[in-house]
Design a protein around this ligand. Structure first.
Ligand SMILES: Cc1ncc(COP(=O)(O)O)c(C=O)c1O
Length: 409
């Protein structure tokens, strides 16, 4: 049949990360590609304990088995406001109308785009950025303009110039342990971003799934902290990286008017996020499991990042440089020789190693010689092995590239 697919998906391919999940079940594959938390850090025991009690409590489960309100259980919305307060966000003057429970951070991104973006509108995002955002924004017909970033965060001059040129409604940022670079914006940079957003009336979506996974350095307050009157920042977070991605829950906090619109946008999508997942997370937070489990996971992340660092130093060519994040789960690297990391990927796959090539994170086709490496999800031994394989492969690829470019005598 000649399927008449929508324009929204025309020309779109699956994101590299999602597509790679298809090969992960292959025996022997070592994945430096995905964005999963360490499997050893998942709170199996606590979830098992909560689930056993929950499913035996038929009164409570009448709530679990029914349809729920689109914005989520009020008890859980109270709890996520409390969580946001523990991250430093000032919630005085906020109530449950300022919070929505979503089916993960990915859905919050979808809802905020649906709430603000008309086909042809420009949205701004750091270059490079989370490919799930790029994919969803494209599906709404948004034009994506990249804002350049330095060590401290967005280049404020570039941001202002892009705001004046494109008149965007929305800026999307991952300011703490960014996906894909692992970088963190300074507090001064966050303040300057909010000042510009307020001056020019730009809504900011602050996506923050990783800030709790800090393994070194000083904590930086969420960008939302600088939005003192709760007007221009929607704060997005998720339980995927700090409890379990399979539970599929996240939340957003922001101005009541925006949260209400996001709720209306969600009604037609999934009616509500899973009630059973909401009850699990509600009990998990009420029992105080959230922070102790994160604390327990940090030494594992520290060790794995250390292994990746050591291996990159040992095995990678000197034409390669990479970020040194204080947390999160990704390292971003770039080759000075213009090799194509997408072409190198098929060779890596033959050797049973996967990573994400850099171009997937740019809206404008840049990133050809970059790649993203995940360090959370494999043992130190596997990380060492995979980085050694990639190091050898990249040296071969660079040599072949230089040979092609050397003029014949
Ligand atoms: C920056 C960022 N935002 C959102 C998501 C989606 O996460 P969730 O599982 O909460 O939908 C991810 C997942 O990797 C991410 O890295």
């Amino acid at each position: 049949m000649d399927y008449q697919f929508s324009e929204a998906l025309a020309g779109m391919h699956g994101t590299a990360t999602r597509e790679i999940y298809r090969v992960l079940s292959r025996p022997g594959i070592i994945s430096l590609a995905g964005g999963s938390p360490a499997h050893d850090c998942l709170p199996y025991r606590q979830i098992e304990e909560i689930a056993a009690e929950l499913f035996a409590d038929h009164d409570l489960m009448t709530k679990g088995y029914r349809y729920g309100t689109t914005e989520g259980f009020p008890e859980l919305r109270e709890l996520v406001l409390g969580l946001a307060a523990s991250f430093g966000i000032n919630i005085s003057g906020m109530d449950t109308g300022n919070a929505i429970i979503t089916s993960g951070g990915g859905q919050s991104i979808d809802l905020i785009l649906k709430t603000f973006v008309n086909r042809g509108d420009t949205v701004l995002a750091e270059n490079p950025t989370y490919q799930g955002f790029l994919q969803t924004a494209q599906s709404y017909g948004a034009v994506i303009a990249g804002v350049d970033a330095g060590e401290d965060g967005l280049i404020i001059q570039d941001l202002e110039e892009k705001i004046l040129r494109h008149k965007p409604k929305l800026l999307y940022v991952v300011p703490t342990f960014s996906n894909p670079t692992g970088k963190t914006y300074s507090a001064a940079n966050r303040k300057a971003i909010v000042e510009l957003a307020l001056r020019y009336g730009v809504m900011v979506a602050e996506d923050d799934p990783y800030s709790r996974l800090r393994i070194s350095g000083e904590a930086v307050p969420p960008l939302k902290v600088f939005d003192t009157n709760n007007t221009c920042v929607v704060y997005i977070s998720s339980f995927s990286k700090v409890v379990s991605p399979g539970i599929r829950l996240g939340f957003s906090i922001g101005p009541a008017e925006v949260i209400r619109k996001m709720t209306i946008a969600k009604q037609g999508v999934d009616l509500s996020s899973s009630n059973i997942s909401q009850l699990l997370i509600q009990k998990y937070l009420e029992r105080g499991y959230y922070y102790p489990n994160i604390e327990k996971s940090l030494p594992i992340y520290r060790e794995r990042k250390g292994s990746m660092f050591e291996a990159l130093g040992k095995y990678f060519p000197e034409e390669f440089s990479h970020t040194d994040p204080d947390g999160g789960i990704f390292i971003w690297g770039e080759f000075r020789t213009p090799i194509d990391t997408a072409a190198m990927f098929s060779e890596a796959l033959k050797r049973n190693v996967v990573y994400i090539e850099g171009r997937s994170f740019f809206a404008d086709g840049r990133g050809r010689s970059s790649l993203r490496l995940n360090f959370s999800n494999e043992t130190p031994e596997n990380i060492d092995k995979a980085v050694r394989i990639l190091g050898e492969l990249s040296k071969m690829t660079i040599a072949a590239c230089e040979e092609r470019e050397t003029p014949a005598p």
